[in-house]
Design a protein around this ligand. Structure first.
Ligand SMILES: [Zn+2]
Length: 437
């Protein structure tokens, strides 16, 4: 197998950048090199250094003057919602009942699931996302389809069959027992196969019975290294309904706590309206709160208080995500552009290095996969993207007056989308240019 040797401006983070001048927080090479062997980064540094380590036959690919970054990571998306995205006029619960649940019934049909899984992964890769934590539908076949497609592409993805056994139409319901059995079968078939990770996925407290939440907790105990993903505190009507279904719970978070669903591999989508007690509890357990700005704005759910969560005494671990199809774009650049605005409405500013940290290393840390992805460190999987800050006429013009890397990154975030993503390497394989358009 030929080992590619990439050349370009490389940027990778070591930790959270406090300011735009906090240079030790990242590694930037104006003329950088990345040597790829067997799907991993075998060497990283200046091009001159890395070139010396390359074999005679290494395939040199010159991406100058573009930026090479670790692939973006999307910590929460629903692959069965590709034909729900851009549905008008509803808040969360109506949106689920009117659009999402009817759409997800179609995934009873395995062929439909396979088609959408293929198109979904095409779409995320086109946008520079190399890892996604995905919700499938309730149907086991939908998770089979997702993992088969992901495995074929050798992508590192996290996914799970949704567990839901009440408060939804018949066509998207399982039972407590069948959810447990199907999840176990999927874990046996897919978890740890190549780069696949299984996530135990109760949709949220409203659609899972007490018995089913108990089963979800049992799965978490049986497989403590697995992720668990669900939704929490997205909208006021959802919170009220949840507390009505769980009258003994102290608050919404307590429902999940009661069933043993909090922990370092637990991903909670949204978390907008948390009380201090809930935030403390999520922090104490090392749970991850997932910021989904385009979705929160689109559904009118509220403003996630990123800076407060990050800096409170008991800080929260934060990931960022599209939440497609409640979210309105597959692009993590578009996501952080909207994220910047949400944070601005809370009276704070996120600097561009912090944003790009979040999209790469930050999300990898939040998903507990940073030993494999999220950086350009030697030994990491070679999930790498090539960003072109002059991808459109408006961007080219704006770049005439951008003098610093910080300005370039902020412009990419504010004006960029899939057009700014020139190439995407998945485990060292050029995946975007390979794609039939
Ligand atoms: Zn969601």
């Amino acid at each position: 197998m030929i080992s590619p040797l990439l050349r370009g401006r490389t940027l990778s983070f070591l930790r959270w950048p406090e300011t735009v001048d906090d240079h030790p927080a990242w590694r930037y090479e104006e003329d950088g090199g990345l040597l790829i062997r067997d799907g991993r980064i075998a060497a990283a540094g200046t091009y001159a250094e890395v070139e010396k380590k390359a074999d005679e036959g290494a395939k040199k690919i010159d991406h100058r003057p573009h930026l090479l970054l670790p692939g973006f990571i999307d910590a929460h998306a629903h692959f069965p919602q590709m034909q729900v995205i851009a549905s008008h006029g509803a808040e969360l619960l109506d949106w689920l009942n009117t659009y999402t649940f009817p759409e997800e019934t179609k995934f009873q049909n395995a062929q439909h699931g396979r088609r959408i899984a293929r198109l979904f992964l095409d779409e995320v890769v086109r946008h520079g996302t190399t890892t996604v934590a995905a919700y499938c539908s309730v149907h086991r076949e939908s998770a089979e389809a997702f993992f088969a497609e992901s495995h074929d592409r050798n992508m590192l993805n996290i996914a799970g069959k949704v567990m839901m056994d009440r408060n939804a139409p018949e066509g998207v319901l399982d039972t407590a027992q069948s959810a447990y059995d199907d999840s176990k079968a999927l874990i046996a078939d897919w978890h740890g196969k190549g780069r696949q990770h299984y996530a135990i996925t109760p949709r949220f407290a409203i659609t899972s019975s007490h018995e089913q939440l108990e089963m979800a907790g049992a799965l978490c105990r049986e497989y403590p290294d697995l992720h668990m993903q669900t939704h929490l505190s997205e909208n006021h009507a959802e919170i009220a309904f949840t507390l009505q279904l769980h009258p003994k719970a102290r608050d919404y978070t307590d429902v999940y706590e009661h069933y043993g669903l909090l922990g370092r591999k637990s991903l909670f989508g949204h978390c907008i309206h948390l009380s201090e007690r809930e935030a403390d509890s999520l922090s104490d357990s090392g749970s991850v709160v997932v910021f989904c700005p385009t979705s929160n704005l689109f559904l009118g759910s509220g403003l996630f208080d990123y800076q407060r969560y990050r800096t409170r005494d008991k800080a929260l671990r934060i990931a960022a995500a599209t939440d497609v199809g409640g979210g309105t774009n597959y692009s993590m650049l578009r996501t952080m552009d909207e994220g910047y605005k949400v944070i601005a409405l809370n009276g704070e500013k996120l600097n561009p290095f912090q944003s790009f940290w979040q999209l790469t290393r930050g999300n990898a840390e939040a998903l507990s996969v940073v030993e494999r992805i999220g950086t350009l460190d030697q030994g990491s999987d070679a999930d790498i993207i090539v960003l072109d800050a002059r991808a459109t006429p408006a961007m080219r013009l704006r770049m005439e007056t951008a003098d610093t890397l910080a300005e370039e990154l902020f412009m990419l975030q504010t004006l960029g989308d899939d057009r700014a993503v020139r190439e995407v390497y998945v485990a060292g394989r050029a995946a975007k240019s390979d794609m039939a358009v």
